[in-house]
Design a protein around this ligand. Sequence first.
Ligand code: B12
Length: 368
Amino acid sequence: MNLPMLAADTTTPKSTLKANIIARALELGFDLIGFAPILGEKEDAVLRYPAFLKWLAQGYHAEMGYLAREPSKRGNPRLVLPQAQTAIVVGVSYDTLAVPMTILTDPSRGRIARYAWGADYHDVITPRLRKLGEFVGRESRAYVDTGPVLERAWAEQAGLGFVGKNTCLIHRTRGSYFFLGVIFVGEAIYDPLPLTIPKSQKALCGCGGCTRCLTSCPTQAFVSPYVLNANRCISYLTIELKGTIPHEMRPLMGNWLFGCDVCQDICPYVRRYSTPSAEKSFYPVDVDRAAPKLLDILSWDRPTFNARFKNTPLLRAKRRGILRNACVAAGNWGHPAALPALMQLLNDDEVLIHEHAQWAIERIKSQE
Ligand code: B12
């Protein structure tokens, strides 16, 4: 059984309620749980809020305009739920360990990030999170990526782990292959904690002198430790960016088709503490689900694409996004075997796909 992450003092008056919530969370399939007080009346309830504002001001959120909308809500949950007193933060592992690296890095395949190998995590986690919220009793708000919440910052405050230099929430003995979810509740279910960041912020972080994630990023997306410029992140370029992928980024993207795992795969915490997830719906049905063959993808029409990726996060990028990415991966593969399928795509009804297919054709021909 997975043990909940809990730094709780079980002698406090809140301990029975807390213990019941933890037991229910385990029943619901959560691997980690923690509780953080919501104390500030202004935008200081989230300690990392100033870092978020700075990040926005630098434009590192790229075209994800929703992040800049009403930023104060991300700093103060009471603007969302006025009676909020506690943030309950949960984690669910997607560490599925299932597919050999030789397959994932085969340039004739398009590589999908691990978090998207199975079912869409929103569909899996949201109903469980709501059930946990109902269990706590009073009115609650539950979020998995779905609202104005700095989930990693709350996870850090709730003691689930530390924010690493790759900006991911890293649990000290389980790594970072976790989804996070946050429930704001009107109950005070925490032990009084000092609400300040230590003078040396590094004290919170377990990265020490390690910089592997920063130096391994194929697109050099980290401006500095803890700061990711989404404009350069392969995850952003393959999932969130709706239009044309900047030309200078394409050769750097290798065979990534959807998302990227490099800054986590390289992390010593992930390598050392990898533990298979108990959540079977996150496992890929076969290796082609984690790294489909590029020649297959390039020939998928809309119904085939929709059937293949039903109920998965890939639907978010739609066929046009996935084929755009597959063209870039095919260009990077550089093999003439991709030429017939790419030529065919020059007649596709999506202009976005033409342009990327053309780029790939030129890149392959220039290498011939
Ligand atoms: C927008 C977004 C993205 C963007 C931007 C990512 C980013 N780093 O900002 C893109 C599309 C690039 C992205 C990619 C990924 N994402 Co994403 N994403 C989000 C989302 C919706 C918002 C994140 C956000 O607010 N970013 C703004 C930045 C400033 O905030 P932050 O990432 O929390 O960064 C903190 C640190 O930088 C820290 N900090 C700043 N300065 C300092 C200094 C020190 C000393 C320290 C210790 C910390 C520190 O404070 C910041 C504020 O909290 C969240 C869900 C949510 N609502 O929170 C999911 C979320 C962060 N993503 C998630 C995942 C799984 C991914 C990917 C792994 C998917 C993939 N394989 O492709 C990658 C990872 C890339 C990476 N290294 O971040 C998970 C992360 C789980 C975890 N264990 O950390 C989340 C929480 C979704 C979820 N519900 O599970 N994502």
